[in-house]
Design a protein around this ligand. Structure first.
Ligand code: SAM
Length: 279
């Protein structure tokens, strides 16, 4: 019997019992694959849970689908981070998508996902997917001002070490420059309960760059506090005024996201609105 604890703060953590733990050391981080009783297989990077077989859909569906249904015709998208493949899997459910670029800094995460998480990584070999093993910030620098993408999805780890740059204003500006005119950016923006400063900082920086910014909230039991935030932004799309047609929600085969959920997505709790008003 092996117990693994992820420390959410100095004072609280999540402890999971595992049948087995595999350790892989990459150039960038320590990768663990836990085989657990409650969450199925769990991917951990430098001590922090990234995804689990049990609740990955809760995170990946909410990160990906709101942006893709909000865009009138998303054909070419970029995912930064997301080496486990969960965001790619959800994105390819949309029939408009012709090309997905995945920019992941650590090739070992992709290799591990393909070996131990075949369902989550199932679409990484789809012919519409092109994988770039690069730092997301540098990748965007090379593609600035090129009006490349309809949607950019930031599926990063917490803002520490290699991921830190993915939460900065200059990075969001580069992402905006790489978007087409009607483009949309969406980013995971941490727990508004246990990572208040990370959350506020990310929202503040996105707001500085885009005309329209909306925060929404979802549940992910294996992430700190279980309550997770996402921030969606665009210069030309006011998310509170659009009404995507019903066919955009068809055949997505989702377990969390739906047209009904989307219709009230931006109705967020008052205490989180207050945090946003402080940024
Ligand atoms: N959903 C997860 C979470 O919130 O915990 C994130 C999952 S995904 C596995 C995060 C990925 O971002 C990791 O595989 C990590 O290697 C990658 N990453 C970190 N910094 C990066 C950077 N600067 N450029 C590209 N990918 C990066």
């Amino acid at each position: 019997m092996v117990w693994f604890t992820e420390y959410w703060t100095e004072n609280i953590g999540l402890t999971i019992r595992a049948k087995e733990i595999k350790r892989i050391k990459s150039k960038y981080q320590e990768i663990l694959v836990l085989d657990t009783y409650e969450f199925g297989k769990v991917l951990v990077l430098d001590g922090l849970i990234q995804t689990t077989e049990k609740d990955e859909f809760m995170y990946h569906e909410l990160l990906v689908h709101p942006a893709l249904v909000s865009h009138p015709n998303p054909q070419k998208i970029l995912i930064i981070g997301g080496g486990d493949g969960g965001s790619v899997k959800e994105a390819l459910k949309h029939k408009h998508i012709q090309e997905v670029h995945l920019c992941e800094i650590d090739e070992e995460v992709i290799i591990t996902a393909e070996k131990y998480f075949p369902q989550i990584s199932s679409k990484l070999k789809d012919p519409r997917v092109k994988i770039f093993i690069e730092d997301g910030n540098k990748f965007l620098e090379e593609r600035e001002s090129q009006n490349h993408y309809d949607v950019i999805i930031i599926d990063s780890s917490d803002p520490i070490s290699e991921s830190k740059v993915l939460f900065q204003e200059q990075f969001y500006q580069k992402a905006k420059n790489a978007l087409k005119e009607n483009g949309i950016l969406v980013a995971q923006t941490e727990s508004p309960i246990l990572q208040e400063e990370y959350f506020k900082n990310a929202v503040k920086n996105i707001k500085k760059v885009f005309n329209h910014t909306q925060v929404y909230i979802g549940s992910v039991p294996s992430y700190p506090s279980g309550t997770w935030s996402y921030t969606i932004a665009s210069d030309h799309i006011d998310f509170t005024k659009i009404n995507p047609p019903p066919d955009r929600f068809e055949d997505l085969n989702t377990k969390y996201f739906s047209d009904k959920l989307y219709s009230c997505l931006f109705n967020i709790p008052e205490f989180i609105k207050k945090l946003i008003s402080e940024v």
